[in-house]
Write a protein that binds this ligand. Structure first.
Ligand SMILES: [Zn+2]
Ligand SMILES: [Zn+2]
Length: 273
């Protein structure tokens, strides 16, 4: 596993990689525009050039973006669904320009209109975006904490989407240890069953794993990230993850409540071997 963290893009997208290097990261995640807005000014040419140059040094394959939280491809409201498609298209085109290979997306919420209808809207949205744009960046569907009518709390949900789009080759998977645990996958007592199943279902579509401890218990559906070793998951599980040969090459990204990540990166590296 390549170890890294989500880093700020204040002052320009290339700054995320500078922070990653300062924090001794081997991988990095960043937003390609504000995560709380539908639209943003276009990237400037000099910003693009700086990012591509420092990104090539860092290794493009070690970079992933994360989509805006507003996006909900499963929304039954036409205006939200349409804005989500426009926003996600813009973000994927930014990733493509910046040569970022992966973009992590929360699949969406059907808002009490039923799982099947929600999944259908997600599939239609993904097919519209990839069908009408030339995008190489892969879209990684993230496992969620399984709250309310959110889609993605089970491996089967992600699989249903991947299998039914005509752009399955452009889709991958992002696991999140906190979300998995919150959704009922007991990584602490059943590590082999959970990771074995994820590997069997997704294989090399598994590209990113968010490394977060959890404030809530197993199956409590609480998306509350905790510092590594301070939550209900604990360091033993993270030790198994960083040493798991099935996850070799996967980007392991911290999204823990930290200002800077160097201490937790060093902690994770100390668990290796
Ligand atoms: Zn996420
Ligand atoms: Zn989360």
């Amino acid at each position: 596993m390549r170890l890294g963290a989500h880093q700020s893009v204040a002052g320009g997208v290339h700054n995320a990689i500078k922070l990653a290097l300062a924090d001794e990261c081997e991988a990095v995640q960043l937003f390609v525009k504000s995560p709380n807005r539908w639209s943003a000014p276009a990237l400037q040419q000099d910003e693009i050039e700086k990012f591509i140059s420092i990104g090539a040094e860092f290794g493009c394959e070690n970079i992933t973006a994360h989509a805006a939280y507003l996006i909900n491809l499963a929304s039954p409201k036409d205006d939200v669904a349409e804005k989500s498609i426009v926003c996600l298209t813009d973000e994927l085109l930014r990733c493509n320009t910046l040569k970022i290979p992966f973009h992590v997306l929360h699949p969406g919420s059907h808002l009490d209109t039923g799982f099947d209808a929600g999944v259908e809207r997600i599939i239609a949205g993904i097919d519209e975006i990839y069908g009408s744009n030339d995008i190489s960046t892969m879209l990684l569907l993230e496992i969620t904490a399984g709250m309310g009518s959110s889609i993605g709390g089970k491996f089967e949900h992600l699989e249903a989407i991947i299998e039914s789009t005509t752009n399955g080759d452009k889709l991958g998977v992002c696991l999140d240890t906190c979300h998995l645990y919150a959704s009922g996958y007991d990584l602490v007592n059943d590590y082999e069953k959970v990771i074995g199943e994820a590997h069997a279902r997704f294989g090399d579509k598994l590209k990113v794993c968010h490394l977060n401890d959890s404030k809530g218990g197993v199956g409590e559906h609480k998306d509350r990230h905790e510092l590594l070793g301070k939550g209900s998951i604990g360091l033993e599980t993270f030790k198994m993850l960083v040493n798991d040969s099935r996850l070799q090459g996967v980007l392991g990204i911290l999204e823990t409540p930290n200002e800077r990540y160097i201490d937790e990166i060093r902690l994770l590296k100390s668990l290796r071997g």
